[in-house]
Design a protein around this ligand. Structure first.
Ligand SMILES: *Cc1c(COP(=O)(O)O)cnc(C)c1O
Length: 230
């Protein structure tokens, strides 16, 4: 069995190869290590390998880990990549550096109000439902401009980009066309908002195609930490 360190290195190699294949620089693609359901020791192992950005899905689980690691791992940047209910915004505003799953103005307003003044603004991405699946969170592509306009005015939020969880499909052409639509949307928004530099898409199984479609932040769990209990 490979160690977390070896698997982390393999993911870096995959990102570099994918970037070179489409004439991008590997440094243009950042890696978010998705540590949901994984123990503190796994996070520490990846940290030893130089990893600093970690993503968590479940607020309660994340807060426990952040608190446990906060004394010794000060420079970890925590990203919330799971759904956020309005009754959890306060702890999220206090503990996370990023929220990638913003899809409602009400949540955005609460996060901005509740972000402690001594901290840098919360970095946020709007979650876009690029596959238009009925049961999926995120706003539709045509709703992005209106929400971005409102979010950009909130003082304690910094609008950094767009995030998407593509459809689980074997049809790579379909996947690619959805990702290219997302990339075009991102490029249009980045012309309006100079703070936009993050297109968060790509996971263990599809990071190569995401990098080919302009991803600047891949979110990888399984390929670093191994499979999760289902
Ligand atoms: C779990 C999760 C990931 C990581 O998925 P893997 O397939 O394990 O790499 C990425 N993004 C989100 C939003 C997730 O929930």
């Amino acid at each position: 069995m490979k160690t977390i360190l070896q698997q982390l290195q393999q993911v870096h190699d995959r990102i570099a190869a994918a970037a070179h294949a489409c004439d991008r620089l590997p440094e243009q693609v950042h890696l978010l290590a998705v540590s949901k359901t994984k123990p503190i020791a796994a996070i520490e192992a990846a940290y030893q390998g130089g990893q600093r950005q970690f993503g968590e899905n479940y607020v309660q689980e994340a807060i426990e880990k952040i608190q446990a690691l906060s004394a010794t791992h000060l420079d970890i940047e925590w990203h919330l990549i799971g759904p956020l209910q309005s009754n959890k915004t306060k702890v999220v505003a206090e503990y996370f550096a990023w929220v990638q799953t913003l899809d409602r103005l009400k949540i955005a307003e609460r996060l901005s109000q509740q972000r402690p003044a001594h901290l840098a603004p919360l970095q946020v991405c709007l979650q876009v439902n690029i596959s238009r699946e009925a049961n999926k969170s995120g706003i539709l592509p045509e709703e992005v401009a209106a929400l971005a306009d409102k979010v950009a005015q909130l003082p304690q939020l910094n609008l950094r980009g767009l995030m998407a969880i593509p459809e689980a499909t074997e049809d790579t052409e379909k996947l690619k066309s959805q990702l290219l639509e997302l990339q075009q949307l991102f490029d249009r928004m980045a012309q309006i908002y100079s703070s936009l530099d993050t297109l968060s898409v790509g996971m263990s199984n599809d990071l190569e195609i995401a990098v080919a479609c302009g991803s600047t932040l891949v979110r990888v769990g399984t390929a670093i930490f191994g499979t999760r209990p289902t």
